[in-house]
Design a protein around this ligand. Structure first.
Ligand code: ZN
Length: 501
C-alpha cells in the first residue's frame, strides 16, 4: 500500500508540474508578455492543458487509484492520505468522463472568445459576441451532459469550483440572503450619500505600488515567496508554496482602488502561502474551493481593511503619505467614504451591501441559459431588466452591462459566480469564530498587529489546504454549518451605525 501511495503522489506531482508550468505562462501573459506573443502563447497553454488532462485520465493512474480505494475509505476524515486518494479519484473520474476532443474544443473556442471579447467590450458590440456565446453555451451543455447524475445542468460546473454546493442549495442560500439584503440596501439608499471627494486626485503609480507592497508585507505576505506586479485585472497565482504571486492595477484618480485590490489579492495569497508544506505539489496543496478562497480575500479586504480598527492605526500614516488630499480630513469622514454604499452598474466597483445583488443577477441568468429558458439573443435585455429591478439602475450600454465581466467569455458558462457571494458569507462566519477564540483581535488590529488573526486562520483554514471538503472546513473551523446570520449581523451592525438605521 505504501508503495502504491508513493507512486500516486509521484504521478499527481507530475500533473501538478505541467499545470504549474502553464500557470507561469499565464502569469507572464497577463503581466509582461509582448502583444506579439499572444497567438503562440495561447497554443502553449492549450497544449499543456491537454497534456495534463491526458495524464489525469490515464488508465495507469486509474488502476493505481482503484488499488488504493479500500485503503483510502478506511482512513478517518482529515487524514491527508485518505483525502488525497478521494480527490485524485474524483479528478480522474471527471477527466475520464469528458472526452479529450471536447476539452480541446472548449479550450480552443474560449481562447477565441476571449480575444473577441476584449474588442467587443471596448466597442460595445454584443452582436459580434452573440454567435460565439451561443457556441460556448452549446459546449457547456455538452460538458455538463457528460455527468449524468445531477438535477440541474449547472450542478457539475458548481461542483467544479464549490464542491458540495448545488444549484438548489445556492438558490436557497441566495433567496435567504436576498430577503435580508434588499430591504437593507433600500434603507441605506434613502440616507444621504457620504462625501468621497477626498479620495479623488492625481496619484503616481509608484506611490500606490509602494503603499500596496508595504501593506501586503505588514499583513504577513512573504515577499521571499512571492512578488507584486502590475496587470489589468488583478489576480493571485500559485506555482508552489514557495512562489505565490499577486498583481494589482493602480488607479490614477481614485485613492483606495489599488490599495483594496492589493489587500484582496494578499488575502488569497496568505491562504496559499499558509498551506502545510507536506501538501505542496499535490492536488491538496492549495485553497480548497472558490468560495473559501474568496472568503479569505474578502475577509482581509473588507472585514479587516475596511474596518475602523484597521484605520485607527493606518490612517495617520496614509495622511502622511497623501497630505494634500487627506491632511484636513477626519478619520470618521474617511471611514465613511471608503464604505460608501451606492447602487451601481459595475460589480467589481460595488460596495459590500450591493455586491451580492450583482452576483445573484449573473447566477440566475446563467442557470436560465443552461436550462434553456433564456436565449443568448435575449440575454442583454434580461440583464438590463434585472439591473433595473434589483439595483434600480439600467445599463446605458452593454459595455457596463452584459459585456462587463470576463467570466462567460473566457470559460464555460456557469460555476464561476456563486463563489463570490459564498465567500462573503463565509468571511463573516470565519471572522466571528476567530474573534470568539481570540477576543483581542480587533484591539491588536488597531495596533497594526495582524498576527493573532493570521495565526487563527492558518491553524483553522490555511494549513489544511484541500484536506477537508469546503463545507466540512467551515463547520470544523466555526462550530456550525454555513449560514447567513454572522454575515447579516456584521453588515447590519457596521452599516447600521454608518448610516444610522
Ligand atoms: Zn478574489
Amino acid at each position: 500500500m505504501k508503495q502504491a501511495l508513493l507512486e500516486l503522489r509521484a504521478r499527481l506531482r507530475e500533473i501538478n508540474d505541467v499545470e504549474s508550468a502553464a500557470a507561469v505562462l499565464e502569469w507572464d501573459q497577463s503581466t509582461y508578455m509582448p502583444a506579439g506573443g499572444a497567438e503562440a502563447r495561447a497554443r502553449h497553454i492549450s497544449t499543456l492543458g491537454r497534456v495534463a488532462h491526458d495524464m489525469r485520465r490515464s488508465s495507469a493512474l486509474g488502476e493505481l487509484i482503484d488499488r488504493l480505494r479500500g485503503h483510502g475509505e478506511s482512513l478517518p476524515p482529515g487524514n491527508p492520505d485518505g483525502a488525497l486518494i478521494r480527490v485524485a479519484r474524483r479528478e480522474h473520474e471527471r477527466a475520464t468522463r469528458v472526452p479529450s476532443e471536447l476539452v480541446a474544443a472548449i479550450k480552443g473556442h474560449v481562447a477565441e472568445c476571449f480575444v473577441t471579447w476584449t474588442r467587443a467590450r471596448a466597442n460595445d458590440d454584443f452582436k459580434t459576441m452573440r454567435p460565439l456565446l451561443e457556441k460556448t453555451l452549446e459546449l457547456t451543455r455538452r460538458y455538463s451532459a457528460c455527468f449524468t447524475e445531477h438535477d440541474h445542468p449547472a450542478d457539475p460546473l458548481i461542483d467544479l469550483y464549490d464542491r458540495g454546493m448545488t444549484t438548489e442549495s445556492v438558490r436557497a442560500l441566495f433567496a435567504e440572503l436576498r430577503k435580508e439584503l434588499v430591504p437593507l440596501a433600500s434603507a441605506i439608499a434613502e440616507r444621504p450619500l457620504p462625501d468621497d471627494s477626498m479620495l479623488r486626485g492625481d496619484f503616481s503609480r509608484d506611490d500606490e505600488m509602494e503603499l500596496g507592497r508595504e501593506m501586503a508585507g505588514r499583513l504577513g505576505y512573504d515577499f521571499a515567496r512571492g512578488r507584486l506586479d502590475l496587470t489589468h485585472h488583478p489576480f493571485m497565482t500559485r506555482f508552489s508554496r514557495g512562489d505565490v504571486r499577486i498583481t494589482t492595477r493602480p488607479s490614477k484618480d481614485k485613492l483606495g482602488e489599488a490599495f483594496f485590490a492589493t489587500v484582496h489579492e494578499s488575502g488569497h495569497a496568505l491562504y496559499e502561502q499558509g498551506v502545510d508544506p507536506e501538501l505542496d505539489g499535490l492536488p491538496l496543496g492549495g485553497g480548497v474551493s472558490a468560495g473559501v478562497h474568496e472568503s479569505q480575500s474578502r475577509l482581509w479586504e473588507n472585514l479587516v481593511g475596511r474596518g475602523r480598527p484597521f484605520w485607527q492605526h493606518m490612517y495617520p500614516e496614509l495622511q502622511r503619505r497623501f497630505p494634500a488630499l487627506l491632511g484636513g480630513c477626519s478619520l470618521d469622514d474617511f471611514y465613511h467614504a471608503i464604505n460608501r454604499v451606492e447602487r451601481s452598474l459595475v460589480r467589481v466597483d460595488a460596495d459590500e451591501i450591493t455586491y451580492n445583488l450583482h452576483v445573484m443577477v449573473r447566477f440566475d441568468l446563467e442557470t436560465q441559459m443552461l436550462e434553456g429558458t433564456l436565449s443568448i439573443a435575449d440575454l442583454p435585455d434580461a440583464w438590463n431588466d434585472r439591473y433595473e429591478q434589483d439595483l434600480g439602475v439600467r445599463p446605458p450600454d452593454d459595455r457596463v452591462g452584459v459585456l462587463q465581466d470576463v467570466h462567460w467569455y473566457v470559460e464555460k458558462i456557469g460555476g464561476l459566480f456563486q463563489g463570490y457571494t459564498l465567500g462573503n458569507v463565509m468571511s463573516a462566519q470565519f471572522f466571528a469564530a476567530a474573534n470568539r477564540a481570540r477576543p483581542d483581535i480587533p484591539d491588536r488590529i488597531a495596533e497594526g498587529d495582524f498576527k493573532p488573526l493570521r495565526d487563527w486562520l492558518t491553524e483553522n483554514i490555511y494549513r489544511h489546504g484541500g484536506v477537508y471538503d469546503p463545507l466540512d472546513l467551515v463547520t470544523r473551523a466555526t462550530g456550525s454549518p454555513l449560514r447567513i446570520e454572522p454575515y447579516m449581523e456584521y453588515l447590519r451592525s457596521k452599516f447600521g451605525e454608518l448610516y444610522r438605521i
